[in-house]
Design a protein around this ligand. Structure first.
Ligand SMILES: *[C@@H]1O[C@H](CO)[C@@H](O)[C@H](O)[C@H]1NC(C)=O
Ligand SMILES: *[C@@H]1O[C@H](CO)[C@@H](O)[C@H](O)[C@H]1NC(C)=O
Length: 335
């Protein structure tokens, strides 16, 4: 994939430090999901939540009829039911879990997110998962994830055995390493996690400023995740305005530059975690569950009152801000 190009090398040499020191592949826009495009390119999954959440994932038709999935020319919204009381015998509160029909291996993924689900008992995630599986074969990459009243994003990998990450001091990242063994079969499937350092990367503070941008670089060398809050003056222009100049018909191409700064999370692959035996093509996923293995287990220490189950069953108004609002999702693949 990473062919060395003599001419690129020469240009870098010639222009010195003002050019990017990467003589490697470019990534060119492959897919754009904005507004109604989600209804064509994604599947509404209706399975029982594998993480045992108190959720009822509904199909696309039901989601549209109940306005739990909604699109305009430039917005896509998916949310929890915030008006129904849920009976004890029901599977759970209505919500949405979607997966892309297409799968991507090496790629750059840029998510411009206006709002993420927030509040007690919620457990939203934007993540990617091996299309082939079965889980955890082919790997899982959790990009945006948290529970209850969290304000810092946690990114993590879940893999088959023999994949570990270096300690904090050996990683080129701003975030904080929370665990280093990615093997899903140990530590109660905690995976290897990195908690973001920048403010407003998750939950209420994220939403208060109008969200922000997540960029994921995935290559044979590993996975890096960047985050910029909406009003961060350092948002790179190719992230903020990806369509390029007006009238420019060439598809936008990007590669992380020094202007992107240090990623919040870096998961290097190599001797400690062989890329090819742990990762293959991933579909992209958004979901929103309630309680379950993580939000439920952490509920008592979360600062949320009462019980998780009671909140989900009997307090629909607690879910008025439990929604995803996506401005765009772009996938770039190497050329
Ligand atoms: C459906 O949801 C969207 C987004 O939350 C909202 O703007 C719109 O008014 C809703 N439509 C109806 C008919 O309730
Ligand atoms: C887009 O990505 C897919 C992988 O999902 C790849 O097979 C295809 O070649 C890519 N298309 C372009 C134009 O790069």
């Amino acid at each position: 994939m990473t062919r060395f190009n003599m001419r690129t090398g020469y240009v870098i040499l010639f222009l010195g430090s003002i050019l990017i020191p990467f003589a490697s592949a470019h990534f060119v826009l492959n897919d754009t999901y904005i507004g109604r495009a989600f209804f064509q390119g994604w599947k509404w999954e209706t399975l029982d939540d594998p993480t045992r959440g108190r959720v009822n994932y509904i199909d696309q038709g039901t989601a549209i009829r109940q306005n739990l999935s909604y699109a305009t020319d430039d917005k896509f919204v998916m949310r929890a039911d915030d008006y129904s009381v849920v009976s004890q015998s029901a599977r759970g509160r209505n919500s949405v879990r979607i997966s892309s029909y297409k799968a991507y291996d090496e790629s750059i993924i840029v998510l411009d997110l206006q709002h993420m689900p927030e509040g007690c008992s919620t457990w939203p995630a934007f993540w990617s998962l091996s299309q082939k599986g079965p889980w955890p074969h082919g790997g899982e990459i959790d990009i945006v994830e948290g529970v209850n009243l969290a304000t810092q994003n946690l990114a993590s990998l879940h893999t088959t055995p023999s994949c570990t990450m270096p300690q904090q001091r050996e990683r080129l990242q701003s975030g904080h390493t929370t665990s280093t063994n990615c093997d899903a079969s140990v530590n109660y499937n905690q995976g290897c996690g990195v908690s973001f350092a920048k403010p407003a990367s998750y939950g209420v503070p994220f939403n208060e400023v109008g969200g922000g941008y997540f960029a994921i670089l995935r290559t044979q060398k590993g996975v890096s995740i960047w985050f910029w809050s909406r009003n961060d003056p350092a948002v790179p222009s190719e992230i903020k305005c990806p369509s390029g100049l007006l009238g420019d018909l060439t598809p936008p191409s990007i590669f992380p530059t020094p202007q992107w700064g240090q990623p919040e999370a870096n998961f290097p692959t190599g001797s400690q975690c062989d890329y090819d035996s742990h990762f293959d093509s991933h579909m992209l996923m958004f979901d929103l569950t309630f309680c379950g293995d993580w939000a439920g287990a952490d509920y008592d220490s979360s600062g949320c009152g009462g019980t998780c189950m009671d909140l989900v069953n009997n307090h629909p108004q607690a879910f008025s801000n439990a929604y995803w609002e996506i401005n765009s999702l772009r996938i770039y693949t190497p050329v």
